[in-house]
Design a protein around this ligand. Sequence first.
Ligand code: NAD
Length: 469
Amino acid sequence: MNKFRLLIGGALVDGDLTLAVVNPATEEVLAHAPRASLNQLNAAVAAAKSAFPQWAATPIAERRQAMLALADAIDMHADELGRLLTQEQGRPLDHTMGEVRGTAQRFRYWAEQTLDVEVLEDSDDMRVEAHRKPLGVVAAIVPWNFPLGMMSWKVAPSLLVGNTLVVKPAPTTPLTTLRLGELARDLLPPGVLNIITDDNDLGATLAEHPDVAKVSFTGSIATGRKVMASGAVTLKHLTLELGGNDAAIVLDDVNPAKIAAQLFGGAFYNSGQVCTAIKRLYVHASVYDQICDELAKLADQAVVGDGLDQGTEFGPINNRRQFEKVKELLADARINGTVMPSSNGAAAERGYFIRPTIVRDIQEGSRLVDEEQFGPVLPVLKFSEDEDALARANNTLFGLGGSIWSSNAERAYALADRLEAGMVWINRHGGAWDHIPFLGSKQSGIGSELGGARALEEYTQLKIVNIKR
Ligand code: NAD
């Protein structure tokens, strides 16, 4: 295994401290990563601050070239990055390869975007223009479910508009991001992109650092609240992409056999460790048994294992803390619902594995329904009236995504319109596209990511220039 180093001010440096990164499929230490000290965090912010004026003044064509070069470098190292991502995150190799290739593609997509001046008025009296100016130093704080993907949502638009960055991956998945830092070192001017790691101890300092202009944070609601409090000290710009407890509502007019595999994929991709996974499945009484049986069959057939093994469909939970939490919720579900039987009984001896599990006859008031499980255990709730399903789905502080499943487009659309979520889907659940905003409502987030020009607004300051005629 390579040696990993932080990227600070264009130099690859050892951490003042170290961090053991565990492969969740084997529970063995995969690598000793560098872990930044407070001094190194300050050095990274200082480097980003001093690189900012020059980078902001660099012609956009040059910034685009650097982003395209980074995309090419990622593609050239895709096999190595994909394998490393599977080892640190857990997902099967074909999925992590998709994340790596998608990351390269994202840098290309953002390199093509433009920052145009908008003319708001051009009259005999005045000419008024709306400009978009870079903000300065952006702190990008990233979770462990899609380390490269979530990082690139923040880094790619920031680089295009002329911001500089300090990126902090999650402590359990820092390795691919550190490797990307090595690739970026010779492609970006020193200080434009800095990468530091921690053991969940530097996020707050980074989020309140006076020289950080914006915090773009993806993670849990609990941590999001802390980021907002930290940012309040210097009134930072914030983008918060937080947790979800997405409901999918399955109406009585569906074909259960036809949609079961899609529901299953929506709930269990990445072993449920997706912010927009289906986390509460509401099913009409007339198709309830059939849907539960179809899902249980798929759960039974699922191939769970080390993501590096050929044929694995579902990897482990990423880390022990989350593994214990999902096991707790499962234990609670055994009391409050019926865990559907599986013929795949024996648990793996090593690794944070939990098989896809369907829990039926469960209600609100149980932890598995009310909390974000962020793991492969799906509660299936029964309803008889559409209005009742909608009210129950909406009765939560979460508001990330949600979906309606029906063969009647009008009926589905009318319910989707009243589902309280930043994103609603009809006859599908989840997905992220560069040109479409990704966001949560209620306590699932503030601001949005992706979405072409909208993301550029998130990473810039609006400036009005008014010329008297
Ligand atoms: P987390 O909130 O525990 O950690 C996220 C990041 O915040 C990590 O890098 C962590 O080190 C850092 N951090 C910890 N304490 C901090 C503090 N006080 N200030 C600033 N940063 C701090 O989340 P996680 O467990 O890594 O990720 C899972 C969560 O992320 C789930 O809730 C999931 O739904 C959410 N998520 C949301 C989206 C979205 O786009 N809405 C996408 C992916 C994941």
